[in-house]
Every structure is written in structure tokens, then in C-alpha cells.
Design a protein. Structure first.
Length: 69
């Protein structure tokens, strides 16, 4: 169980980075905000899409069925 938790934590880190940078870039391109677009993209990536991707990655590893040995 601890091994699976550590693996899930290690998977969550790159998932966070992919979600943060991907969500920020996507929002930067699609946002209609002209005053503060870069700040909006950075905050959305850091506090919304990044954590969401990390949680999805973590739960995917934790809930993935074990192989029979």
C-alpha cells in the first residue's frame, strides 16, 4: 500500500506540471481578458488546472487494479 502511495505521489508531480502549464497556455490563448491575461493564465494554471490534474493522476494510480502475481 505504501509503495502504491509513493508511486501515486511521484505520478502526481508531473501531472501537476502538465496541468499547470497546459491549462495556463490554453487559457492564455482562449481568454478574452485584455487587461491582465498573463496573470489570469498563471493563476488558473497554478491553482485550478494544475491541482485538478494532480488529483486525477494520483487517484488513477491509487485506484488502478492490481495485477495478480
Amino acid at each position: 500500500m505504501l509503495r502504491r502511495f509513493l508511486l501515486a505521489t511521484l505520478v502526481a508531480i508531473p501531472c501537476y506540471l502538465a496541468g499547470a502549464f497546459g491549462g495556463g497556455a490554453l487559457l492564455y490563448e482562449l481568454s478574452s481578458n485584455t487587461h491582465d491575461r498573463s496573470m489570469e493564465a498563471a493563476m488558473t494554471g497554478a491553482f485550478a488546472t494544475g491541482p485538478a490534474a494532480a488529483v486525477i493522476g494520483f487517484l488513477t494510480v491509487m485506484l488502478w487494479p492490481k495485477r495478480n502475481r
